[in-house]
Design a protein around this ligand. Structure first.
Ligand SMILES: [Zn+2]
Length: 344
């Protein structure tokens, strides 16, 4: 089968479009014929290499898979060959206390397709049967592949971690990113007021189309000053962070008393400081968030199938042009998701 493979870490040039051996399912596993695979910022980290994360090499990246089940392994009972599926990205042990409690993103063995196991930038991918979810029939394969990781992550951040309440005010950083464009929609679904930031006016206009109430150009304007102006000095209830060093101080300063900052990433750097006097006297909460669990994924998919949440597809590339797709994603010029189309 054809796949995107890299055998050492580096820039986009390490990605090779090549032939790899066919896959066979083990007990409780399925092989999915991939029709589309969404890219995430995670793919760039995995390709570049992360300190202390021994990605098995050679490696096939790709976490967000839409396709059709091709083969089922022994003891598979809930899905069958020929069924259209959207795969949950998280692969877990299924047996530990966290998995049994439904908090599978707390599993010590948690990984994503395309992270510690081979992923979906290929004609076929292998995964556990429990990762197969009902296909949202109103969507094309490319649209469906734009859903999993970012919507699941944004849901876990806003609902489970930050305990978002209806009609609260939410500051969403980087609304043009996959996770940001998902967060805008989720916050609007709960009737919240959304202040969205992006780096240019074209992206801000698209954030507005997604429902954002107020817009901040984070290159031309100072985020905390704009938030202060827009909220009559009050600040926001929730800050949705994934940018890191470059926005951290403004994010913390934008919170109202009792506000919650939730973060799932740090694309501009990991170093951040916080004034502890500010943290305790204003009773702020700083919340870390990582991926999401399968129950949240199921909820998100119901809302996607009902048209309440919509994938934001920026651009597609053929699988063979994965390198160009990585370069495009790295440039930060997209609004929403970049998806690979797989030759059938
Ligand atoms: Zn587990």
């Amino acid at each position: 089968m054809k796949a995107i493979l890299f055998d050492h870490h580096g820039g986009p040039e390490v990605l090779r479009y090549t032939d790899v051996p066919e896959l066979e399912p083990r007990s409780g596993e399925v092989i999915t014929h991939v029709h589309a695979c969404g890219l995430n910022h995670l793919d760039l980290w995995v390709r570049g290499g992360l300190p202390g994360v021994p990605i098995p090499l050679p490696h096939i990246p790709g976490s967000d898979v839409a396709g059709v089940i091709e083969k089922v392994g022994p003891n598979v009972t809930t899905v069958k060959r020929g069924q259209k599926v959207l795969l949950a990205p998280g692969v877990t042990c299924g047996k530990c206390p966290a998995c049994l409690a439904g908090r599978d993103n707390h599993c010590p063995q948690f990984t994503n397709l395309g992270y510690m196991v081979d992923g979906g930038c290929a004609q076929y991918v292998r995964c556990p049967e429990v990762n197969c979810f009902p296909y949202p029939e109103t969507l094309s394969f490319e649209e469906a592949a734009a859903v999993p990781l970012v919507f699941q992550t944004a849901w876990h951040m806003l609902l489970t971690r930050a305990q978002l309440q209806p009609a609260e005010t939410v500051l969403i950083l980087g609304a043009g990113s996959g996770v940001g464009s998902a967060a805008v929609q989720i916050a609007k679904f709960f009737g919240c007021r959304v202040i969205a930031t992006a780096g240019n006016d074209a992206k801000l206009a698209k954030a507005k189309e997604l429902g954002a109430d107020d817009l901040v150009n984070h290159h031309a304007q100072k985020i905390k000053d704009e938030v202060r102006r827009l909220t009559a000095k009050r600040g926001v209830d929730v800050v949705f962070e994934h940018v890191g060093s470059s926005t951290w101080d403004d994010s913390v300063a934008s919170l109202t008393r009792g506000g919650r900052l939730v973060t799932c990433g740090a694309t501009t750097g990991f170093d951040a400081k916080i004034d502890l006097r500010f943290l305790f006297s204003r009773q702020l909460s700083i919340l870390g968030s990582y991926m999401g669990n399968k129950s949240e994924f199921a909820t998100v998919l119901k809302l996607v199938a009902a048209g309440k949440l919509k994938p934001v597809l920026d651009r597609t590339f053929p699988l063979a042009e994965c390198r160009l797709a990585h370069e495009y994603l790295e440039s930060g010029s997209q609004f929403g998701k970049v998806v690979l189309q797989i030759p059938l």
